[in-house]
Design a protein around this ligand. Structure first.
Ligand SMILES: Cc1cc2nc3c(=O)[nH]c(=O)nc-3n(C[C@H](O)[C@H](O)[C@H](O)COP(=O)(O)OP(=O)(O)OC[C@H]3O[C@@H](n4cnc5c(N)ncnc54)[C@H](O)[C@@H]3O)c2cc1C
Length: 424
């Protein structure tokens, strides 16, 4: 972790980005517990990424942000909404936008992005039911277009014309997504579990959970549904590819009922003090993005981007080379650098700034926040920047003998520091 923290930006982008978190943490040479709890456990549970695939740059950066939050008592490490997401966030936001004149085409999805003379000319919307009835297709023309679609949806709409105008859009195809979807258990009594998220680090399906009621002071559950619900256990399943102990199958091969049984069972494996009882389940809910088109197939309409090693160059910026196309989604290249709501938010800020720039507007720009780094360590990162440049130039000069020259370069700063100490 210190190696990462003391590395300069160039080393992080050009060396650690291309190494997996697994290799960076030397997991092969460590104990099973080290691998399970410190290497794979965190990446798998928090972001559905196996440490063997996740970029060391992303892993190191994000883990440090969590650690900084843990040691800074003025900032809570775990922040959650104070009510159901739709009610406290999405719906008020939609109302706000509508009051500002935004018109939503709720039944439509984007099915085409036309490009001519290096600009987006029209965006084609098609009614989601696809029945071809009047009003099924709408063509939108505008001064600027902001795409907030997920990577796997935008990628299929990228035409050769768009790629010619913005070659970096070709990289979308190489970005990797994995499954991470939720299951909710509605209980007839409240079981707070922990005052924050619970990580079932060594569960086969990489479960995390939160018991919601304690964070929703203004929500009267008894006034909802049939009035019997008192507690809500919301669970993320972050590993859909490892077999569960009960079913012997990965979630991706399970029926809806098997998913429910396995998830509940894996939670009970960890919480065996009797506070959770199957008899308390009033109802349950599986993310509707998970589909079962036939008994042998499970589909997922909403996978999650994974920052795999070496994927950074394939992530385009919010302001593209197409002067009227901007991207505002979690796969965009941002400081946040992890598929989260913060990353999507930062990309949206950058997209807004891009539009203001394109219009030559004098309006104030949105703030883009850097990730936290201790200022006191800057001199050491600067020193590493010198070291990095020396390593690079020696590597370039000596070509195949690079390893030896890198070792030599590593010694140089220490030699300089040693000499300085002697001199003083
Ligand atoms: C189970 C789970 C738990 C998570 N937990 C957290 C967390 O605790 N904290 C956190 O910060 N992040 C979390 N994330 C990640 C976070 O939800 C995403 O990174 C974030 O929502 C991405 O925002 P976005 O705007 O880029 O995309 P989305 O939120 O995916 O929005 C994209 C929108 O585009 C729409 N769309 C798709 N295709 C089309 C089309 N063709 N035409 C028109 N519209 C289209 C979709 O319907 C959707 O509304 C979690 C993700 C998952 C899956």
């Amino acid at each position: 972790m210190l190696t990462f923290l003391l590395s300069c930006d160039e080393r992080r982008e050009q060396q650690w980005e291309h190494m997996s978190w697994w290799a960076f943490t030397d997991a092969d040479a460590r104990s099973e517990k080290y691998r399970r709890f410190l290497v794979d456990g965190l990446t798998r549970s928090l972001v559905a990424a196996q440490a063997r695939h996740m970029s060391a740059r992303t892993g190191g950066m994000i883990l440090w942000q969590i650690l900084f939050d843990m040691v800074d008592r003025s900032r809570p490490v775990d922040r959650v909404l104070d009510g159901p997401t739709s009610e406290v966030w999405i719906e008020p936001w939609v109302r706000h936008l509508e009051q500002r004149g935004v018109r939503f085409h709720r039944r439509h999805e984007v099915t085409g992005i036309r490009c001519s003379d290096g600009r987006v000319s029209t965006v084609v919307l098609t009614a989601a039911d696809g029945d071809g009835s009047t009003g099924g297709v709408v063509e939108i023309t505008a001064d600027h277009f902001v795409s907030a679609m997920p990577v796997e949806r935008l990628d299929v709409l990228i035409t050769p014309e768009l790629k010619a105008a913005e070659p970096r859009l070709a990289g979308l195809k190489r970005l990797i997504t994995r499954w991470m979807n939720g299951v909710i258990f509605f209980l007839d009594r409240d079981v707070p579990l922990a005052h924050g998220h619970a990580l079932f680090v060594d569960s086969e399906w990489a479960l995390t959970a939160i018991s919601q009621k304690q964070f929703w002071p203004d929500v009267d559950l008894s006034a909802r549904g049939d009035g019997t619900v008192r507690g809500i256990l919301s669970v993320d399943v972050s590993d859909w590819y490892t077999p569960g102990r009960r079913t012997g199958k990965p979630a991706i091969q399970c029926t809806e009922r098997e998913i429910r049984e396995e998830v509940w069972g894996q939670i009970l494996d960890h919480i065996d003090d009797g506070s959770l009882d199957r008899a308390n389940i009033v109802d349950w809910f599986l993310d509707p993005a998970i589909g079962f088109p036939d008994p042998a197939v499970v589909t997922n309409a909403e996978p999650l981007l994974i920052n795999t090693a070496g994927s950074l160059p394939d992530r385009p910026p919010a302001a593209t080379a197409i002067p009227n196309l901007f991207l505002a989604a979690d796969f965009v290249r941002t400081n946040t650098d992890l598929a989260t709501m913060e990353a999507a938010n930062e990309a949206a800020r950058a997209a807004v700034n891009g539009i203001l720039d394109a219009d030559g507007s004098g309006a104030a720009r949105c703030t883009i926040h850097p990730l936290h780094e201790p200022e006191s360590l800057r001199p050491l990162r600067d020193l590493d920047a010198v070291r990095w440049r020396v390593e690079r130039s020696l590597g370039a000069v000596f070509g195949a003998g690079r390893n030896a020259t890198v070792d030599l370069a590593r010694m140089l700063p220490d030699a300089v520091l040693g000499a300085a100490r002697l001199f003083r």
